[in-house]
Design a protein around this ligand. Structure first.
Ligand code: AMP
Length: 118
């Protein structure tokens, strides 16, 4: 369970307390464009629950929700980046994680070959 008291930025987007360019939403998941895109297509895919801080907690606690997140990534890539994509889960602050509410970065749109970033 998350130890945070305040809702995360992402929960505030779910609650429509702060604006976002939402591209997908269902009962379990929301997806919206990253405010500081690192690729031509950069969408964050976020389980609505705040129970999981990172992808390892999500995989252990609700593998079906992780599988749904991956399926959503493919669906969004089909719509926004010709079906091809890179999926990044920053896990821990030294790996660049800044928001401890699990989320996937869907990156796409002609990324350089042989790289993991840009
Ligand atoms: P991470 O560093 O992996 O925790 O990713 C957090 C991401 O959230 C960063 O890429 C930020 O640019 C993005 N971000 C932070 N606030 C917002 C917001 N209000 N709307 C959209 N993206 C955001």
């Amino acid at each position: 369970m998350s130890a945070s008291i305040e809702p995360s930025v992402f929960s505030r987007i779910v609650a429509r307390e702060i604006p976002a360019d939402i591209v997908f939403e269902n009962e379990h998941i929301i997806a919206f464009r990253d405010i500081a895109p690192k690729a031509p297509v950069h969408i964050l895919i976020v389980p609505k629950t705040e129970d999981y801080r990172d992808v390892t907690e999500l995989a252990a606690g609700d593998p079906a929700l992780l599988a749904e997140l991956i399926a959503t990534a493919q669906q969004l890539a089909d719509q926004h980046s010709a079906g091809e994509f890179r999926l990044v889960f920053n896990t821990g602050s030294s790996a660049g994680q800044t928001i401890f509410h699990v989320h996937a970065h869907l990156l796409g749109g002609h990324l350089p070959e042989g790289t993991l970033g840009n």
